[in-house]
Design a protein around this ligand. Structure first.
Ligand code: THU
Length: 130
C-alpha cells in the first residue's frame, strides 16, 4: 500500500461540512511508521485545519519528529498543493529533498520536493546574528 493509498483511505473520514472538500494526508517516518490526517472544519472556523497538519500532529504526538515522505489527496481537477502554512509545517520536519506526492481521487499524481514547494524557507538560521 502506497502512502497515497493511505491518504486516500483516511480521506473518507474527513470532516468538511462547510467546504465539502475532503482531504486526506499520510506521512512516513524513518522507522516506516505511517501517520494519517484529515481536514477538520467547524462552524466558527469553517476554513478548518488541513489534513497535512493533522498528520503532522499525529506524528508529533507519537514522539516522532522526522518526515521522510508525505502524500495528500483530494477530489479535485488537479493535484492539490499544500497551503502556505502547511508547507512551512512540513518543512519543519522534512528535509529539502523529501518528496511531497499530491494526488487526485481520479488518479492524477504530481510529485514535488519540499524545496520546490517552499523555496527560501524560513529557518532557525535566520534568527542567528553571529
Ligand atoms: N485543505 C487541506 O486539508 N489541505 C490542503 O492542502 C488544502 C486545503 C482543506 C482545508 C479546508 O478544510 C478545505 O481543504 C478547503 O480549504
Amino acid at each position: 500500500m502506497s502512502l497515497l493509498d493511505d491518504a486516500r483511505a483516511v480521506r473518507e473520514n474527513a470532516y468538511a461540512p462547510y467546504s465539502n472538500f475532503a482531504v486526506g494526508a499520510a506521512l512516513k517516518t524513518p522507522d516506516g511508521s505511517v501517520f494519517k490526517g484529515i481536514n477538520v472544519e467547524n462552524v466558527a472556523y469553517p476554513e478548518g485545519t488541513c489534513a497535512e497538519a493533522g498528520a503532522i500532529a499525529a506524528m508529533c504526538a507519537s514522539g516522532a519528529r522526522e518526515i521522510v515522505e508525505i502524500a495528500v489527496i483530494a477530489d479535485a481537477p488537479a493535484p492539490v498543493p499544500p497551503c502556505g502554512g502547511c508547507r512551512q509545517k512540513i518543512a519543519e520536519f522534512a528535509g529539502p529533498d523529501v518528496v511531497v506526492t499530491m494526488g487526485t481521487t481520479d488518479g492524477a499524481v504530481l510529485e514535488m520536493t519540499v524545496s520546490e514547494l517552499l523555496p527560501g524557507r524560513f529557518t532557525a538560521d535566520h534568527m542567528e546574528r553571529t
